[in-house]
Design a protein around this ligand. Structure first.
Ligand code: S3P
Length: 176
């Protein structure tokens, strides 16, 4: 199997973590969620870090954690938080390590439904308007991902993962 890392990016509520873990199970490879790793090492969730120290402090930790994960090749599949790909240094690191990015592109209404359901966890998307603004601002960044996989309202995780796996296989025929 290839050692090229796969980074799953996309807006909050697109299902990055769930898709990454399901994909990794299918590929029988290691997987990691950057926010979970941050929570573990900082002993605080991204939400708590943002609320206590501000977004910039979180972004610094996020970049350092990503740098470490890519350098150590800690996992083949890596899910990152919704803002990670919008930071130039993170994009540079991902490119430098030759990692492959897959953007989960879900309609705003679906993202918001999921964000709203777990609103407490996402301080940067506290209202529909805040989330909508970020969604619009970030799309041009997400569009520069290596691949895009659409996520529809009525699709199951398995269906989305099937599409992601197809993209991975097409990109790297040695995956099996
Ligand atoms: C963020 C998304 C969150 C988390 C943090 C910031 C963002 O991750 O990293 O709250 O800026 O979009 P999810 O995309 O997994 O919700």
């Amino acid at each position: 199997m290839t050692s090229q890392q796969i980074v799953i990016i996309g807006f909050m509520g697109t299902g990055k973590t769930t898709v990454a873990f399901t994909l990794a199970r299918q590929l029988n490879c290691r997987v990691l969620d950057l926010d979970a790793l941050i929570t573990q090492s900082e002993k605080r969730s991204p939400k708590e870090i943002i609320q206590q120290d501000g977004e910039q402090a979180f972004r610094t930790i996020e970049t350092e954690t990503l740098r470490q994960v890519l350098a150590e090749a800690s996992a083949l599949v890596v899910a990152v938080g919704g803002g990670a790909w919008t930071i130039e240094e993170n994009r540079r690191l991902i490119a430098e390590h030759g990692a492959f990015t897959i953007w989960l592109d879900a309609p705003f209404a679906l993202c918001w439904k999921r964000i709203d359901a777990g609103r407490e966890a996402r301080p940067l998307a506290g209202t529909r308007e805040m989330a909508r603004k970020l969604y619009t601002e970030r799309r041009p960044f997400y569009e520069s991902a290596d691949e895009r996989v659409t996520v529809k309202e009525n699709e199951s995780v398995e269906e989305v993962v099937k599409k992601v796996a197809r993209v991975v296989l097409r990109h790297e025929p040695n995956h099996d």
